[in-house]
Design a protein around this ligand. Structure first.
Ligand code: SF4
Ligand code: ZN
Length: 323
């Protein structure tokens, strides 16, 4: 007899302080996969038979997501299966990205999942190292620049891989941090874009976040218990001071009041859903209205899209013109 509060057979390994469950390793893994299955069905994220692109960076979150979706898929009978494809972006960061891409390749070949790779160099004419190769006062942070290119790169990979939907590995912590960040930036309109049940027509392919209800700590533990090798070093350009403070603050809150992050998630989901309903009631097609970019024709929130604006900025400040 063990003291796992679910199977009662194995010794408990991890305690979910917010629910009081003490679980053995395999019950922890099973309940994590089950939680993701419930999130997917609650928000109608994936439909049977779809070709699902999983954005895989090679970090713990994205590799866990791939493994969990693969597991959920194997549990389905024939006919109900989705087809998984990993979408990987090589931003071009020397000495950092290569290892992550190796991990992505390794898990994909173990699971028999196709991997579609795109790179900043091939898409934009410069690597991230080259794009950031200017040290003057930049008005935008490395991550905001990179994020704009990344989203486009995932779109391009999704089109190349002919997928119906893209699943990204944002976990509960990412979701509540982003919610708080938007509040702190006074950006109320963006809050509505976080509604998981609406389709954002700024992207050519629907995007879903199946790990929205899983704590980051539990995603990391899932990766560890599933023996998934992942890259733990963080990107050398990562510098998001405010986000780090928000992360620390939320972790402190959670440690003195277990379950606080879950409560915050529930409130955030309620607020985002009301805001996005209101926006749609106002005649907008999706959570976010778009127009074609005047330069490249891709969907944009204003005249010229972020990618074209950032590309122009890189051309002005570096010798990499992509030509
Ligand atoms: Fe890009 Fe920032 Fe991620 Fe590095 S940490 S890959 S700069 S978004
Ligand atoms: Zn454009």
């Amino acid at each position: 007899m063990g003291d796992c509060s679910r199977c009662r057979e194995a010794p408990s390994y991890y305690t979910r302080r917010y629910s009081g469950e003490s679980l053995c390793a395999s019950c922890f893994q099973e309940t994590t996969v089950e939680k993701v299955r419930r999130t997917i069905s609650k928000y109608g994220m994936l439909r049977r038979g779809e070709r699902v692109g999983v954005a895989v960076s090679g970090g713990k979150d994205s590799l866990s997501l791939l493994k969990i979706l693969h597991e959920l898929n194997s549990g389905l009978g024939h006919g109900g299966r989705s087809e998984l494809v990993a979408l990987t972006v090589d931003e071009g960061v020397k000495g950092y990205r290569d290892e992550a891409i190796e991990h992505a390749h390794a898990l994909c070949s173990e699971l028999g999942v196709e991997l579609v790779l795109v790179s900043y160099s091939e898409l934009f004419g410069f690597s991230l190292d080259q794009a950031l190769d200017w040290k003057d006062e930049r008005e935008v942070s490395s991550c905001s620049m990179c994020g704009v290119f990344r989203r486009r790169a995932i779109d391009e990979a999704a089109v190349k891989a002919k997928v119906d939907v893209v699943a990204t590995a944002h976990n509960l912590d990412d979701y509540v941090q982003t919610f708080m960040m938007n509040l702190l930036h006074g950006d109320v309109e963006r809050l509505g874009w976080l509604d998981p049940s609406t389709y954002d027509d700024a992207f050519p392919v629907r995007r879903v976040k199946p790990l929205t209800e899983v704590y980051e700590e539990e995603v990391a533990l899932y990766a560890y218990l599933s023996k998934i090798p992942f890259q733990s070093a963080s990107c050398p350009y990562m510098h998001e001071a405010l986000r780090s403070e928000v992360r620390d603050y939320l972790n402190e809150l959670e440690s003195s009041h277990p379950g606080m992050k879950n409560v915050l998630l529930a409130s955030a989901l309620d607020v985002t859903s009301r805001l996005s309903k209101e926006a749609r009631g106002g005649g907008q097609a999706g959570a976010k209205a778009t127009v074609p970019c005047a330069k490249c024709g891709k969907p944009s929130s204003k005249g010229v899209c972020g990618v074209c604006r950032m590309t122009e900025m890189v051309w002005q400040h570096t010798k990499y013109t992509g030509k």
